[in-house]
Design a protein around this ligand. Structure first.
Ligand SMILES: *[C@@H]1O[C@H](CO)[C@@H](O)[C@H](O)[C@H]1NC(C)=O
Ligand SMILES: *[C@@H]1O[C@H](CO)[C@@H](O)[C@H](O)[C@H]1NC(C)=O
Length: 363
């Protein structure tokens, strides 16, 4: 005869898989990584930005512009950071190198408020900090921060036409003039106009965002929030991966802040935290579902994944910084040269400044 303790432990063992199956139904839902008040703040900002970008119905605005020359389109530089902007002197030089750069860009900074940082008291970065919330790795807070930057820039200046997301570890690989000219002289792509009265095919500038359908761990990343959680909104076939650093056009920036459907899924907490990189999936998946032809499918930010550790790419050290490195980082397999690169350790600032005039910012 079996002893009672044995039967008991056997029964317990048997019920374990059952528990796993039923747990999601029995247990209360896990708290969302973004609190309700934060979510509501964001929604109200996104709503305001969407409304402000609607084409104005009255003709008064066009009349008031009569006689004035059309202002030039601008690039909005969106800095996403959770530490000091160590390469600020290099970026400062990038923006102010030429007086003609003036009025061709805007800067917006989302700095994690829980991190103490030195805010610039002068120069082009002064007072460019937007209302920010805490960000954490392996959580949708990085998506929210990027969307907050996009919405603030959309709302702030109707001339913002490209939106370039960079981090504190990014550096420019070319002068501002070079970046501006190559973005705005990109070959426009044909897209279908969805206007109420016409079905013209119109030519528009593309967004530069990496969109990949294949990655060794893609399935683990797809199921990181639970086996079938992404369904029906996103099937595995629709799930994409790409660099979190992108350059989006204004229409795609709007598309991203208007999205509610995919966000409802991507904001859910990961169960498998090893495969949790929401910000590397949300933007490529959304744009690949909504306007695949409107994107180049590659990023303009060079990153070196050789010997990556714990999801971090190779971080360049001062001894590696040279003119040759900059030339090598610019080279790409596409028709476009890389415009930005990451990651560099903070102590690379001096060697980078040494070659800023002679190499980095020289056309
Ligand atoms: C990428 O990083 C590896 C070391 O991890 C280095 O050997 C290689 O030279 C780097 N490639 C470029 C283009 O810098
Ligand atoms: C270009 O493509 C080759 C061959 O696929 C690859 O080895 C190389 O790393 C690529 N270079 C860049 C800059 O992506």
């Amino acid at each position: 005869m079996f002893s009672t303790p044995f039967v008991l432990s056997f029964a317990l063992l048997l019920s374990l898989p059952l528990l796993f199956l039923l747990a999601p139904r029995i247990l209360p839902p896990r708290p969302l990584p973004i609190s309700l008040p934060d979510e509501l703040d964001d929604l109200s900002l996104f709503h305001k930005a969407t409304i402000s970008s609607l084409p104005s119905k009255s003709s008064t605005s066009s009349i008031s512009h009569l006689g004035k020359t059309n202002p030039s389109p601008k690039i909005a530089f969106l800095f996403l950071t959770n530490s000091d902007l160590v390469f600020l002197p290099l970026w400062e030089k990038f923006f102010t190198g030429h007086e003609n750069n003036h009025n061709l860009y805007n800067i917006y900074i989302h700095a994690d408020p829980s991190v103490k940082m030195i805010k610039p008291q002068s120069g082009v970065f002064k007072d460019r900090f937007i209302t920010a919330k805490k960000t954490r790795r392996a959580s949708p807070t990085l998506i929210s921060a990027a969307r907050r930057l996009l919405a603030t820039a959309l709302l702030d200046d109707p001339q913002n036409s490209f939106f370039a997301l960079v981090s504190q570890h990014c550096i420019p690989l070319h002068s501002f003039h070079y970046v501006y000219t190559s973005l705005f002289s990109t070959k426009p792509i044909k897209t279908e106009s969805t206007s109420l009265f016409s079905f013209n095919s119109v030519k528009k500038l593309p967004s530069f965002i990496e969109i990949l359908a294949e990655e060794p761990n893609l399935h683990d990343r797809y199921t990181a929030r639970g086996e079938a959680v992404m369904l029906p909104e996103v099937t595995f076939d629709q799930f994409r991966v790409g660099s979190q650093f992108f350059v989006l056009t204004r229409r795609h920036a709007l598309l991203v802040i208007k999205d509610r459907k995919l966000w409802r899924k991507f904001r859910l907490p990961c169960i498998n935290t090893e495969s949790c990189y929401p910000e590397e999936h949300y933007f490529p998946t959304l744009l690949s579902m909504e306007d695949p032809k409107g994107c180049t499918k590659f990023t303009l930010t060079r990153v070196n994944w050789t010997d990556s550790v714990d999801g971090h790419p190779h971080t360049y050290k001062p001894f590696e910084v040279s003119a040759e490195l900059i030339y090598r980082l610019r080279e790409s397999n596409s028709t476009y040269s890389y415009l930005f690169a990451r990651k560099f350790s903070p102590d690379c600032l001096d060697p980078l400044m040494d070659i800023s005039d002679s190499v980095i910012l020289r056309d």
